[in-house]
Design a protein around this ligand. Structure first.
Ligand code: KIV
Ligand code: ZN
Length: 569
């Protein structure tokens, strides 16, 4: 291909995870990283290793497990190399060393350093002069270079920094060994014209500019992140920093799918090509939505549920006559199957497997496939109108969010993570065995529930009534049985398809209730997700999934504490 390659640098797991309310477990981060690798992302920013031992472990695990992967990356139009695994660091030795210690296991790894350069950040946040700023850049980029050949430097708040000073600071970074220079519009302030001009100016005026890759990093505070990133590309940037579904601080980052599909749709407008497998965009978006708990708005470009729906009669008529009348992207090119041929109860494993491949789930493990097939069969039996693609996306999310039950004698996982909301992969402690719920108009909702406690192989039963409906009653009983006070931070319910026999998908976010005087924000947060034709059952199972994670996290903490004291347990 004659155009330059556009490097897709994904920061879903770092800047994306900084979205308010998003806390991914280590397992979830590794799972998302695997999907990003399959998708064809060039660089995966896996986290900020110094932030916590949990972050460090997640980045290290991604470097070890995802760093070498080639699945989906070979063949025509693909990357042809494993993803570069990147870790973020401030301009301090400890940050840089910690980032390197986490990413070094990946065959291709990068350290990403940042230091603010705008006067407002220098004066009020860092309290250093411009001269001190350039000196730190020189020393710390040099230190990073002594550890790692691939070094990226970002002048934080570059979009509001003095341009002339920026060229000096960036020239210092180049001389010290930076190989990529990333220009963040940290607060999403720039206009496309201004940001494009900035990239051009820096490329023209910075000494040594030709020896590095220039990169964009745009936030979406004014809804301009995609437009700004593309303006950067038009002006010579050859790397874009993006996040799936555009998640990130405040109004978010540039959305991966939007930039990729713009470049894809306008090969003549942008002088670049990409090597993303666009057919995996929709399933990747759903995975990030489910695991992060951040719902995608229905009218979101490319991956919103309405992105390919035609409601008005005139549009429907046009699309039936010729799709191009109202469609500029073929839905199947981004993994959306509009023909929606429903599978039924007579569909076998083979048809199910083909459907999963079509929807972007070719890489399920055998155990996950088996579990998905069992759930599919049960659903197909009860759902007369057939199992739709929406149902299958939900089934897969359900399968992925539920670890397989291990035998009671199985030892705890080795890599138990004692920090943050990360927990080792372990089998769920509690399972819903029986539930009876009474609700209605003019009566007090009550719930009676029996849970199997797998740690003791016993069934525990309790009941509760609630003023505010059946969900409150169910969640109260579960709290009583497990003996933990829990705050429900978020509850979301949606239908996976149309019609009365659609599945209900419920996602919840919980945290242990803080004790009096303690900081509630400091409590780790846990998500749970479940689907069922019965929304009350889905609600109970989603809550139980989150509770099992909380318990598993506590158990890992206890094991780590004993290990610290050298106590064998
Ligand atoms: O927005 C920003 O400035 C950042 C940097 C750390 C690159 O995320
Ligand atoms: Zn950012």
């Amino acid at each position: 291909m004659s155009t330059d390659k556009l490097i897709i640098f994904d920061t879903t797991l770092r800047d994306g995870e900084q979205s308010p309310g998003v806390t991914l477990s280590t397992d979830e981060k590794v799972e998302i990283a695997r999907q990003l690798s399959r998708l064809g992302v060039d660089v995966i920013e896996a986290g900020f290793p110094v932030a916590s031992p949990g972050d460090f472990n997640a980045v290290k695990l991604i470097a070890q497990e995802v760093g070498p992967l080639m699945e989906g990356r070979e063949g025509e139009g693909r990357v042809g190399a494993p993803a570069v695994i990147c870790g973020l660091a401030r301009c301090t030795r400890n940050d840089i060393q910690t980032a390197f210690d986490a990413v070094k296991y990946a065959p291709r790894h990068r350290i990403h350093l940042f230091l603010a350069t705008s006067d407002i950040h220098l004066e009020y946040k860092l309290k250093i002069t411009r001269a001190e700023c350039t000196q730190q850049i020189e020393e710390m980029v040099g230190f990073a270079k002594s550890l790692c050949a691939d070094v990226e430097f970002s002048p934080e708040d570059g979009g509001r920094s003095d341009r002339e000073f920026l060229t000096k600071a960036l020239a210092v970074a180049i001389r010290a060994g930076a190989t990529t220079l990333n220009i963040p519009d940290t607060v999403g302030y720039n206009t496309p014209q201004e940001y494009g001009d900035l990239i051009r100016y820096l490329r023209e005026k910075t000494e040594g500019a030709d020896s590095v890759v220039w990169s964009t990093h745009c936030h979406n505070d004014l809804g301009l992140a995609t437009a700004n990133s593309l303006a950067g590309v038009s002006n010579g940037a050859r790397q874009v920093e993006v996040a799936v579904n555009g998640i990130g601080e405040r109004a978010g980052n540039t959305s991966l799918e939007e930039v990729v599909m713009n470049v894809h749709t306008h090969p003549h407008a942008y002088p670049v090509h990409h090597t993303i497998n666009t057919r995996l965009l929709f399933s990747t978006s759903r995975m990030v939505e489910d695991l992060s708990g951040m719902a995608v708005q229905p009218n979101k470009a490319i991956v919103g549920r309405n992105a390919f729906l035609h409601e008005s009669g005139i549009h429907q008529d046009g699309v039936l006559k010729n799709k191009q009348t109202y469609e500029i992207i073929r839905p199947e090119d981004v993994g959306v199957t509009t023909n929606n041929i429903a599978l039924g109860k007579h569909s076998g494993r083979h048809a199910f497997r083909i459907k999963l491949d079509d929807l972007g789930y070719a890489s399920l493990s055998d155990a996950q496939f088996q579990s998905a097939f069992t759930k599919f069969k049960a659903l197909a039996d009860s759902k007369k109108s057939g199992v739709t693609d929406g149902d299958i996306h939900a089934l897969i999310a359900d399968v992925r969010s539920t670890p397989a039950r291990a035998s009671a004698s199985e030892p705890p996982a080795e890599n138990a993570d004692a920090q943050g909301a990360s927990e080792p992969p372990s089998s769920p402690r509690y399972e819903l065995k029986h539930m009876q719920v009474f609700t209605g108009v003019g009566i007090t909702p009550t719930a009676t529930i029996s849970l199997l406690d797998a740690s003791q192989n016993t069934v525990k039963t309790d009941a509760a009534l609630a003023q505010n409906g059946p969900i409150e009653a169910i969640y109260s009983v579960i709290q009583r049985i497990v003996g933990i006070d829990i705050d429900l931070l978020n509850f979301n319910i949606s239908a996976t398809s149309e019609g009365q026999d659609t599945l209900g998908k419920v996602s919840v976010r919980i945290a242990r209730s803080a004790t009096a005087g303690a900081d509630a924000d400091a409590e780790p947060k846990f998500t749970g997700l479940a689907t069922n034709v019965d929304i009350i059952t889905a609600s109970a199972n989603a809550y139980l999934a989150a509770v099992n994670r909380l318990i598993s996290h506590d158990a890992a903490n206890t094991r780590a504490a004993h290990k610290d004291r050298n106590v064998d347990i």
